[in-house]
Design a protein around this ligand. Sequence first.
Ligand code: ADP
Length: 774
Amino acid sequence: MFHNRLNILPFNRGISREDLAKRAQVLKIEELSIPESAKQIILKSGITELYPPQEEAIHAGALEGKNLILASPTASGKTLIAELCALKNVLEKDGKVLYLTPLRALASEKYEEFKKYTTIRKKSGRKISVGISTGDYDSSDPWLERYDIIITTNEKADSLLRHRARWMNEISVIVADEVHLLNDAKRGPTLEVVLARLMQVNPDAQLLALSATVKNAEEAAEWLKAGFVTTEWRPVVLKEGVLLQNEVHFKDGGALKIEKPTRNPAVNLAVHIVKSGGQALIFAGTRRNSVSLAKKAATGIKSVLSKPMKRSLTRIAGQVRASGERTRISELLAELIQQGTAFHHAGLSGAHRRVIEGAFREGKVKVLTATPTLAFGVNLPARMVVIHDYRRYEPGYGFYPIAVLEYKQMAGRAGRPRYDKIGEALLVAKTEDERDYLMESYVLAEPERIWSKLAVERILRSHVLATIAADFAHTEQGIYDFFGKTFYAYQYDPKAIKGVITRILKFLFEENMIEVSGENVYATRFGRRVSELYIDPVSAVMIRDALFSRAPRLTEISFLHMIARTPDMFPKLRPYSTEIDDLALFVDEHREEFMFEVPDEWIDRIDYEEFLGEAKLAQVSNAWIEEMTEDETIERFRVQPGDLYRLVGTVRWLLYASHELARLFGHKDLLPRVAELMERIKKGVKAELLPLIRLEGIGRVRARMLYGSGLKTIEDIKKVPLEKLTSLPLIGPKLAKKIKEQIGGFVKSREWKKLKKGKEWEQQALTEYSRKSE
Ligand code: ADP
């Protein structure tokens, strides 16, 4: 194994002299004070000794139950420490472990990693069990109680705390992954509140916070009453530098000239690395750039691909074409994959992203261009990382240079442990001045401090309500006390947050979400439900008022626009200037259907344009339930599949919340309507397809096909002979049998055999397509 012990840079106070002396001897897995059964599984996975940061963590008391922040680069083995603590706790103390991640994809990744331990038996004789829960924010998931190790997202953990899931009080080890995200305006506050609450509920639990290397790990550690280990150690040596035209300048003063097969230096660098047997990951600032770079790279790469590799890539391209609906994006992606490159951004469907990630990990896709979201998501290392754009564009704000922390996250993806001896991360400069600037501001720079982003009224609102509604505090002082324990209060003056909280309490009181009786503060039924539904109190007020006042003419548009207007509908859609006229027309035509007054175009221009954006969201969700194809959605609205799925997910959640609020306020007449709309949004169909789509294995494409073939009801399908069913496009014998069986039909074995034989060839071609498109 390649151990680079010289690369330990104790650039802050985290590592003492004694610690360094201890490191002369490598700590072996066999020597750890964890149960033998756990050691065996770890050894079997090929790990025999600890990496230096891991050793540090052990010396700092990780296995003695100490709270700890482990701030160390990606792939330096932080997860293993979490695994060791979790296993020790479960096996020796029959404890319960909660593992928090910021993203669903990361939760699944961790779940897969922990699954390897489920063969180990606990003292009770039962095997270790691992559970995962990332969806449905309106549930306490009592079923999770039976698991020893529970993996969730931060948001899910927040919602579980609001539901006061009983098992949460039994947690004895809390692992918080990627805690540097405390600095993130969007995701940080939830993580911060969840950690503060968990510490309140389980003061004796061990807290293990895993982080990228940050400047003030010590400060975060003090807040968490934890020790800390900070290293810049990596399993693969990282060479950082800047590319200017065809010359690379490294941090250590070295330089390298590369060939210029194309006019794009970043692409030339990628070709250079592919020719020497490696892979490159190019980070672009925007989706559009990621696509254009992938196209440029393809021309340079395709000539270096071997014949068997090309065949392999053709197969992967086929997988892309067969997953989900075909769109111009999936077509382009498939074409590029055939040439050894791919792009990866949030506009792609999850299925396509997974295919690309797999193909890159297997070394088949040679050059992957990606937007920065990849740097914060799944683990996809490459021998070379090129950071093509160090500026980002924010609408209304303009271009700004990224943080060093972000640069480090991207650069840190360079070097595949166990495969590469060296990883290279390069920024791209256009001039010598820029090269010097990049060298100084990124390559040689230390990552910034992390700062709490909690004290924003919009964000705090729902956390203040939850504090009262879930019984974490009963008095105004109790609420201040709780927020006085957050990282924000630790970093800034607690008084700074007090003013915001007071304003929020006033709002919650005026909107009837809380009641005050003497010193005490209680949540009303409305307040409690809003907290459980995990929506912004402002959204709840908008929905409540809209449901009472109603539109003159209630249609799907009324409800879809109502939720599009809430602050929980995020991201908002900005209409393109070319769409403004069409949207204005749409708003005019549907004026009677809106639950809210349309702002005056001439008096409130800004409000009016915002309204048009909400109308666009309603239009897109309406197009989805009117069965517009994904490709048409891209063409008509410039909304890509990844965005569409996220949008649909948020619409579902907010429709559910609206349904629950309609129930709470006694709008019985609205319940069936909203429920039907929810189901249509879930599947993307007109109401007439709902009976068909409830069948397992039938998605919107097949349901429409069945309907179009005259099979409009379950009764129709019951009556139709099996043979006729299989003669329809997209219905193989297996699926036909499954359909028949679901509706209570019985398939004779002779009939089945005959069919199966005749249809085998066809089925093979269709199975992939059908499985994925459903
Ligand atoms: P981090 O959580 O710091 O990003 P990971 O825990 O994902 O890093 O570790 C990266 C890879 O290194 C994993 O594949 C893991 O199995 C491997 N690994 C971890 N510790 C060791 C070790 N001591 N020896 C060899 N491989 C290790």
